[in-house]
Design a protein around this ligand. Structure first.
Ligand SMILES: [Fe+2]
Ligand SMILES: [Fe+2]
Length: 203
């Protein structure tokens, strides 16, 4: 059984992934691929197994907030209007809220997975991101580890790659050269993860 299979079968995770699979299969399969890619990036960077697990859990659940968003918005084939865009961008915070009983590291990685892109949300700017992710109380200090921001960058790289490499309602799947060009322009995390994700994804 792979790490991802093990996580999917975790009784705490199963209800979330099954409800996402029935509500919006495309998002479920995207989460599955992102989780696999993020774990591979964790292995590539020689992270400890506990961090690989954090990447697996975060990858599988990163877009869980989308199950609260109307399918007409998720599947809209044209550009979103400002109101629809506002709804979509709520999915990171919704995920954070839905997973209130989960490990706080997983929740912090998930809420940050769009913060390493050209138009980041929910928090903008490196300083703000860093400050908000820093633990403020002794309980948080024990729960939120310093590598959370790094793991969120890895998840973001896997997420951007998968979104570009697969067709969506509003765009076709792109070729590797095009993906590389767009990622270099739009991914605002450590660029070494762009190189790694491009190399790993075609292995
Ligand atoms: Fe997302
Ligand atoms: Fe995603």
């Amino acid at each position: 059984m792979t790490l991802i299979d093990e996580i999917i079968n975790d009784s705490k995770v199963m209800p979330y992934v099954s409800s996402l699979q029935s509500y919006h299969p495309e998002t479920y399969y995207h989460c599955l691929r992102v989780a696999e890619l993020a774990v591979k990036l964790g292995v590539e960077n020689e992270y400890a197994e506990k961090d690989q697990r954090l990447l697996g859990y975060s990858g599988l659940l990163h877009d869980i907030g989308k199950k609260c968003i109307d399918k007409t918005v998720l599947d809209k084939p044209s550009a979103l209007n400002p109101e629809e865009r506002h709804l979509i961008t709520a999915h990171t915070r919704l995920g954070y809220l839905l997973l209130s009983t989960f490990d706080s590291s997983v929740r912090h990685i998930i809420v940050a997975h769009h913060e390493f892109k050209k138009n980041p949300y929910p928090r903008k700017g490196k300083d703000r991101r860093t400050r908000e992710l820093l633990p403020r109380t002794s309980t948080e200090r024990r729960a939120v580890k310093p590598q959370i921001s790094t793991l969120a960058q890895i998840l973001a790289a896997a997420d951007v790659y998968d979104a570009l490499a697969n067709a969506r309602a509003y765009k076709p799947a792109l070729e590797k050269e095009k993906i590389e060009k767009i990622m270099k322009q739009q991914y605002a995390g450590n660029q070494k993860y762009v190189e790694q994700v491009l190399a790993i994804a075609v292995r």
